[in-house]
Design a protein around this ligand. Sequence first.
Ligand SMILES: C[S@@+](CC[C@H](N)C(=O)[O-])C[C@H]1O[C@@H](n2cnc3c(N)ncnc32)[C@H](O)[C@@H]1O
Length: 376
Amino acid sequence: MVVSRRGASAKAPRTNFESPSHSIVIGDCVAEMSKLQAGSVDLVFADPPYNLQLKGDLKRPDESHVDAVNDDWDKFDSFSAYDDFTRAWLLAARRAMKPSATIWVIGSYHNIFRVGAIMQDLGFWLLNDIVWRKSNPMPNFRGRRFTNAHETMIWAARDEKAKGYTFNYEALKAANEDVQARSDWLIPLCTGEERLKGADGKKVHPTQKPEGLLARVLLSSSKPGDLVIDPFNGTGTTGAVAKRLGRSYIGFERDQTYAKAAEARIAAVEPLPEESLAPFMTAREAPRVAFSELIERGMIMPGTKLFDAKKKLGALVRADGAIMFGDKVGSIHRMGAVAQGAQACNGWTFWHVETKKGLKLIDELRAEIRAGMAAE
Ligand SMILES: C[S@@+](CC[C@H](N)C(=O)[O-])C[C@H]1O[C@@H](n2cnc3c(N)ncnc32)[C@H](O)[C@@H]1O
């Protein structure tokens, strides 16, 4: 399986986003997703009904009512009815996915194990399960079980042989103090200003997800300009975050009231500036530039002296693109190693040229060439 890893190091390539679009389709997601062009979607995020099987009202010890999920959309006659529904929407989503697309499904212990097994049966290839740990979970009011403080997100490719799915590994690492991002995410439940409320002050929707969670999902597994869909739009959390992050979005929601609230929410979102969203290239992805190109482009003249950062070591640039350190001739890397008495050296980040403003790393000259390549 091939992963397209995008992330840190050199330069951001020129952005070229198609103008992203955002819409919500009102209706049944299975029927409506079937109308999408096959193989057109980059990322699916799905927050399906949990099938909580709540029996009656949930009350606190003081007999006050708990605002739990007790809506018709969460009711199924049996596990097998839930499984049939799960199979139907997963197949409709899969048909719409590009071969390189991935899918996220969030759920709790009530449904996620059934969903995961069905995904594997249908041929999805599981990549990770992410534990969303809630920093402010709802207590277990009856005190008969552990506090239910997490939900699970399954992240999967369309199939085992899927090539080139997006995983912004370097960017995630850079955002995590240069430590590989882990599969347990501590994020609070959606509360306060972010929670959509109606004119009566009550929550518009019982299971609105936090934008922070969706931001991490989209930033890790999609690119600006990608098409993201959510079969269970609810309040449009996925759409709001997609718009902010420069992704296109189609949400599906069968409840008109939720859909209207989501439309207003998404319309109010301002996309972030393009330059703050552009994915950056890994060193491996960046186009190769030979040192001789700096000479060919007149950025460094033969006979120029290269220096280390402290200007204690110097080498001479030759017309053929090699450099000379003392009586030794070789590449910028080899001569950098010789100059330091080291086994190896990255000459691009060792040698400098002298400018009116002081020493300039030759890697900066290479970055100028790469930026020009991206704009061509
Ligand atoms: C768990 S909620 C999603 C909440 C959403 N992630 C948010 O942040 O607001 C599931 C939603 O799916 C909708 N839904 C359930 N069955 C559906 C179906 N067959 N087609 C479209 N929407 C459906 C429900 O009305 C509900 O709003």
